[in-house]
Ligand binder design. Structure first.
Ligand code: CAP
Ligand code: MG
Length: 423
């Protein structure tokens, strides 16, 4: 069988091997070992039949199946198979053709352990958690953010007004929605200029530092051009849809090194990450995004409108915020040493309202951005009160006061709980 020779059970991966953990559902009539070997071969040097053109020295680069437990398979890849600072190439290997093979009914890449040589070839986040906190002057509490809603359709003046009200009410951060770019009803250039002006007014009014995140998602060169425009206008942040721009686009944007904090939205991730049997885990996506250098990234909420359980979301948060990740069998995490790569800030977003804050902080701690779109702009008294209610919910938890008690003294929070309940 052409796939023979790709198994070495008990092999101890070398420090500079890349290791991948897959969940495999072999095709009917195919054994787990056979299916695993097919995956190892096709994701390294092999194909469906032996070829006369191969050389003994090539076989040294074969990937090895070194652990099979139930449907879980670990495969080690020699570092020479990869171009270290090229995420598209790494994924074309371990997450390329293998998903379409008849040898498997389903295949999921659960985690990859990145060897030092690959980690060293990336700069990682230019800013990360600690710098973001310093810049905003918020040392401890979660950051409060919103998305301008409705996500599309607002004209520029109305858009800037919504942002101003959110900041004036207490939001630290305002971002654009994942599908807003340079549409005629709200052109990018005019929007950035007007909304940054609103930010400056809100800073004067509140005495607090405020952040605005224009969405630069576009063709790679155009993205860099838009990011440079934001920088020239006095912006400090940009946001980008990392999946739809692709890994090459994201690397291009990061390598432009514009000194802007980068917020990563993950729109479309669930097309790959949602099925527990087939695709790529969000853990892998978040890991690669940290490696390439985003400063903050959406991880899920557990309590909101988007899919994602507490083990998964908790594991992703750890992966992006800690320096040393220990292997975690239950969460199928292989562990990682992040060396010089700074921690990213986790963003919890999607169907959140102030009533969710205590549970969210209990599960995910304080190093999070709590981001509410509908949960702020849907407040009975409007955006400004919605933002105030979100801030009050965070302050209540920071002071160890139950929301209901705090709401007695804070009308905005009481109105929010009145509308949406306590989570
Ligand atoms: C949230 C949001 C975000 C999602 C993305 C939306 O709005 O703006 O894009 O949070 O999901 O468009 O749905 P709401 P995730 O606060 O009004 O729900 O964070 O899971 O990637
Ligand atoms: Mg959105």
């Amino acid at each position: 069988m052409a796939y023979a020779g790709y198994t070495d059970i008990g092999y101890k991966p070398k420090r500079d091997d890349l290791v991948a953990e897959f969940r495999i559902a072999p095709a009917p009539g195919m054994g787990m070992r056979e299916a695993a070997e097919a995956i190892a071969a096709e994701s390294s040097i092999g194909t469906w039949t032996d070829v006369s053109t191969s050389k003994p020295y090539v076989m040294k680069l074969a990937a090895r199946v070194f652990e099979i437990s139930g449907s879980r398979v670990k495969i080690a890849y020699p570092i020479q198979l990869f171009e270290p600072d090229n995420v598209p190439q790494i994924l074309s290997s371990v997450a390329g053709n293998v998903f379409g093979m008849k040898a498997v009914d389903a295949l999921r890449l659960e985690d990859i352990n990145l060897p030092d040589m690959i980690v060293k070839s990336f700069k990682g986040p230019r800013f990360g958690i600690h710098w973001i906190r310093k810049m905003l002057g918020v040392p401890k509490r979660p950051l409060v953010g919103t998305i301008v809603k409705p996500k599309l359709g607002l004209r520029t003046t109305d858009h800037a007004k919504v942002a101003y009200d959110a900041w004036a009410g207490g939001c630290d951060m305002v971002k654009e929605d994942e599908n807003l770019s340079n549409q005629s009803f709200n052109p990018f250039g005019k929007r950035v200029v007007q909304t940054l002006r609103a930010r400056d007014n809100a800073e004067k009014r509140t005495g607090e530092r405020k952040v605005y995140m224009p969405n630069v998602t576009a063709e790679a060169n155009e993205m860099v051009k838009r990011a440079k425009f934001v920088k020239r206008q006095g912006g400090e942040y940009i946001m980008v849809d990392i999946i739809t721009v692709g890994w090459a686009g994201l690397q291009t944007l990061m390598e432009a090194d514009l000194g802007l904090v980068v917020h990563a939205h993950r729109a479309m991730h669930a097309a790959m990450t949602r099925s527990p049997a087939h695709g790529i885990s969000m853990l892998v996506i978040a890991k690669l995004a940290r490696l390439i250098g985003v400063d903050q990234i959406h991880i899920g909420t557990v309590v909101g409108k988007m899919e994602g359980g507490s083990t998964e979301v908790g594991e992703i948060e750890q992966e992006i915020e800690e320096r040393m990740i220990l292997p975690h069998k239950k969460a199928h995490a292989l562990g990682e040493e992040w060396m010089h790569i700074k921690p990213c800030m986790a963003v919890c977003s999607g169907g959140l309202h102030p009533g969710h804050v205590p549970k969210l902080m209990e599960m995910l701690g304080r190093d999070i951005v709590i981001q509410m779109g509908g949960g702020i702009h849907g407040h009975p008294k409007g955006t400004k009160s919605g933002a105030a209610a979100a801030r009050q919910a965070v302050d209540a938890v920071m002071n160890g006061i139950p929301l209901a008690g705090y709401a007695k003294m804070h009308k905005e929070l009481a109105d929010a709980i009145g509308k949406w309940g306590k989570g």
